[in-house]
Ligand binder design. Sequence first.
Ligand code: B12
Length: 216
Amino acid sequence: MDNRELFVEMQQSIVNYDEAEAIRLAKMTLEKGIDPALAINEGFAKGIQIVGNMFGKDEIYLPELVMSADAMTAATDILGEAIKKSGGKAKYLAKGIAGTVKGDIHVIGINLVATFLVANGFDIEFLGVDIPSSVFVEKARELKADIILLSALLTTTMPSQKEVIDDLKEAGIRENVKVIVGGAPVSQDWADKIGADGYGQNASAAVDVAKKLLGI
Ligand code: B12
């Protein structure tokens, strides 16, 4: 079987919310020496994209969406571990915090972003999901973070990214830290509008933007 067929099977495993199959294919990726990032981007992520569109059109409902997300998480957990290890012995380039903003529990994307950054030598503390602005600000101060990565997957939670930026200003530490925003509904325009330092469309872009902003 060539890689393209495998990627289609990965997609299908997510669309069919078949967690066992997603795990089998993730393990096969590593056994065959296929680039795990490629398997995520060309395989599993395309599946969850299809599922998202079906959900948007009422072709499936929340229980199916949850099961597909579980299959996706199981696969990306396995591949993410391999991506982290591929970074070798960490020589930390910069310190950062990452999380999904208040009111939003989508974790798969920001988890990948944090994983890619760790694999590329960043020391990232992953705060989790539904994180209040005040926690981002406190953690940034406490850890003397160089970067903050804010994820929002819902149009209704995008304003919480702005709230963090405003609260950093209010706390007098806005100049000490670069803020990078992302998530499916987020764009460069939005980043500019709310005064973020950068925007990344995917996990690889997040690494490039972080390095560029920090001059690494
Ligand atoms: C999986 C999923 C869920 C799962 C999440 C499970 C989990 N553990 O994360 C569950 C079932 C829980 C869920 C719940 C809901 N969801 Co949902 N969900 C999705 C879905 C299908 C995929 C998201 C995903 O994981 N994608 C895969 C990852 C790899 O991609 P990603 O998240 O986009 O991340 C990449 C980039 O965006 C970027 N990125 C992400 N974050 C960041 C941050 C930075 C700093 C940078 C640089 C880059 C970056 O890099 C990532 C890696 O490449 C999307 C559809 C979609 N197309 O996005 C809907 C979607 C986001 N959900 C939606 C909705 C409506 C909901 C619910 C409100 C449903 C409901 N009725 O309850 C709830 C909200 C819960 C909440 N309060 O957050 C809508 C949002 C519509 C809108 N306009 O806001 C979408 C678009 C589906 C749709 N078409 O209607 N959801």
